[in-house]
Design a protein around this ligand. Structure first.
Ligand SMILES: Nc1ncnc2c1ncn2[C@@H]1O[C@H](COP(=O)(O)OP(=O)(O)OP(=O)(O)O)[C@@H](O)[C@H]1O
Ligand SMILES: [Mg+2]
Length: 252
């Protein structure tokens, strides 16, 4: 199964992606976490892993990708980076860090002033996920950049389930409508994960969202907060995350 985690900036996408990865790993799944956020550097620490070399390097780096895209796109051609379908075992080990059944792949990050936009990273995320096959005991969890640009790029196409992480804010609720609309259009299963809620916040959000798509409600958690502030691995096991993992397994 391939699960994509999205939502507004700071809503808790990487936290939920890391917790879900750990939950699947505990269940014995071979887990691949794909860091497709070109701007933020938090996810590897939340997983207790080193940041791997960027996968874009395997294809010659960002400049090479841009040059291939510039050659192909004016002619209306697509670039094809993969000659055949890949499974998790085909990912070159040089581009992975791993421990306890979790492997981390990072597509690429913006590193320099004036280096250009993140289009090549988005294109690679899409091509990689479209091309990746998983077996029944493998789970791929994709952590995305804030907002909905990845929908514009079609990254969701290669995924089975979309989890939109919503914090208690007007912006998150507004974004949920757009994400719902697009997910329906592309025929993908969407769930909302409410984050940093208490019963009152949850009730207020449900008034707007309804109950149907709300898969989990994660409370403000002191240990998650502490780890986030210290840049440390998140080492908590939440019942609500286990419920979410059950649901994803059943729906994917
Ligand atoms: N349920 C929670 N309880 C306490 N702190 C939380 C919770 N969820 C997230 N946080 C904290 O909020 C901060 C933002 O979380 P996170 O990095 O997961 O968000 P994000 O959506 O991935 O952000 P970005 O858009 O920058 O990628 C982190 O410091 C994290 O530790
Ligand atoms: Mg993040």
């Amino acid at each position: 199964m391939k699960v994509l985690v999205c939502g507004k900036g700071g809503s808790g996408k990487s936290t939920i992606a890391a917790l879900l990865a750990k939950s699947f790993a505990r269940r014995g799944y071979g887990v691949l976490v794909v860091d497709s956020d070109e701007s933020n550097y938090g996810l590897h620490r939340q997983l207790g892993l080193e940041l791997p070399s960027y996968f874009m390097g395997y294809f010659g780096g960002k400049k090479e990708m841009i040059s291939r895209m510039m050659k192909a796109f004016p002619k209306g051609e697509k670039i094809d980076l993969f000659e055949e379908k890949w499974g998790l075992a085909d990912i070159p080990g040089d581009y992975l860090t791993q421990k306890d059944g979790i492997r981390l792949l990072a597509i690429g990050k913006i590193q320099d002033f004036g280096e250009g936009c993140a289009c090549p990273m988005g294109a690679l995320s899409k091509m990689f996920l479209d091309n990746l096959d998983t077996t029944g005991n493998e789970a791929v969890i994709v952590d995305t950049e804030a907002g909905i640009e990845h929908f514009g790029r079609g990254v969701e196409q290669g995924c089975d389930v979309i989890l939109a992480v919503l914090d208690p804010s007007y912006e998150s609720l507004q974004l949920s409508k757009k994400i719902d609309e697009i997910s329906q259009k592309i025929g993908k299963t969407l769930y909302f994960v409410l984050n940093r809620v208490n019963p009152e916040r949850r009730a207020a959000m449900l008034e707007f969202l309804g109950e149907e798509k709300v898969a989990a409600s994660i409370s403000e958690d002191e240990e998650i907060f502490r780890a986030g502030l210290a840049g440390e691995e998140i080492d908590v096991q939440l019942e609500e995350m286990e419920r979410l993992a059950d649901l994803v397994v059943n729906k994917a």
